[in-house]
Design a protein around this ligand. Structure first.
Ligand SMILES: [Zn+2]
Ligand SMILES: [Zn+2]
Length: 287
């Protein structure tokens, strides 16, 4: 019987809603057979959606214990979604080495004032996106989006995580206002980032949150990007970026069908021997 996996979720240690145990219970109900926690890694300044630095040890110990307690029924992996901000935080930082895996994501784009901790936040409220675009980039969207992808490439080259998180999240607040995904410069940024991802041997996550939160009508990355990923033979996994237990496998069947139609034959899952490809269908993954 096919099952699902999900390695991207946020519990109440960061900006998720519930205790991690509640997610485990709900994952079993949703036919999940391999599971990972990935709270937002602590950053050395105040961000409401990250684990507080003094809670990081507690998170690690709690999830490690849940992993042990559930070993008989559900393989659980201890991870984090780690931001990449040059000279401040990266997935290869020493403090994250004890984890089972790291998802590397860019939410905050360095605008050259990092000692003041001022960034272009691409994942926050859309008025912040619009304000930052004007204030930091003089409304030059090509330069702004270029900085986002440049940071992503720098992370992939020099601080490689196992999984690249929502690689084109910079489209979330765009809504067709500032650029089109058919713009030549945009496509060049994406394709260059895929080349870097391929060389880095990273797994690109297909993240369904954009769809079920109704931010976009397609997942991260967009279908045309997924077609290139398929042609380039870059490994993928399917994640929901759940912030609530009800979201653990949300939009998975529809997205798995889309991936099948594009031509993908395998999704990567975590096992005790590391990340491995498995066949899948719209019903789930053959573990
Ligand atoms: Zn994220
Ligand atoms: Zn996330």
């Amino acid at each position: 019987m096919p099952h699902w996996t999900n390695y991207h979720q946020h519990c109440y240690y960061c900006d998720g809603t519930d205790a991690p145990e509640v997610y485990v219970e709900e994952a079993l109900k949703q036919n999940v057979a391999s599971f990972g926690f990935s709270s937002h890694a602590p950053v050395p300044f105040d961000v409401f959606w990250c684990i507080k630095p003094h809670h990081y040890d507690g998170y690690f110990d709690r999830i490690s214990k849940i992993k042990q307690d559930n070993a008989h029924q559900l393989p659980i992996f201890v991870g984090l979604e780690v931001d990449y901000i040059p000279n401040i935080i990266s997935p290869t930082d020493q403090q994250f080495k004890r984890l089972d895996y790291r998802i590397g994501s860019v939410h905050l784009v360095d605008v050259g004032r990092s000692n003041e901790h001022i960034f272009w936040e691409i994942d926050g409220p859309s008025k912040e996106y619009v304000r930052g675009l004007a204030e930091f980039f003089d409304n030059n969207i090509e330069r702004a989006v270029g900085s986002y992808f440049a940071a992503t490439r720098q992370m992939l080259e020099h601080h490689t995580p196992e999984v690249l998180g929502h690689m084109d999240k910079v489209k979330m607040n765009n809504k067709g206002q500032f650029f089109q995904e058919t713009d030549n410069w945009y496509q060049q940024q994406v394709l260059q980032t895929l080349e870097t991802a391929k060389a880095a041997k990273v797994i690109i996550e297909v993240n369904t949150r954009s769809v079920y939160k109704k931010k976009c009508d397609v997942p991260y990355p967009s279908p045309w990007v997924l077609e290139h990923i398929h042609q380039m033979n870059i490994p993928i996994c399917l994640n929901s970026d759940a912030h609530h237990p009800s979201e653990i496998t949300k939009q998975f069947a529809e997205t798995a069908l889309l991936l099948q139609q594009i031509g993908f034959k395998h999704l990567y899952i975590q096992t005790k021997n590391g990340w491995e490809p498995r066949p899948f269908s719209a019903q789930g993954i053959e573990l």
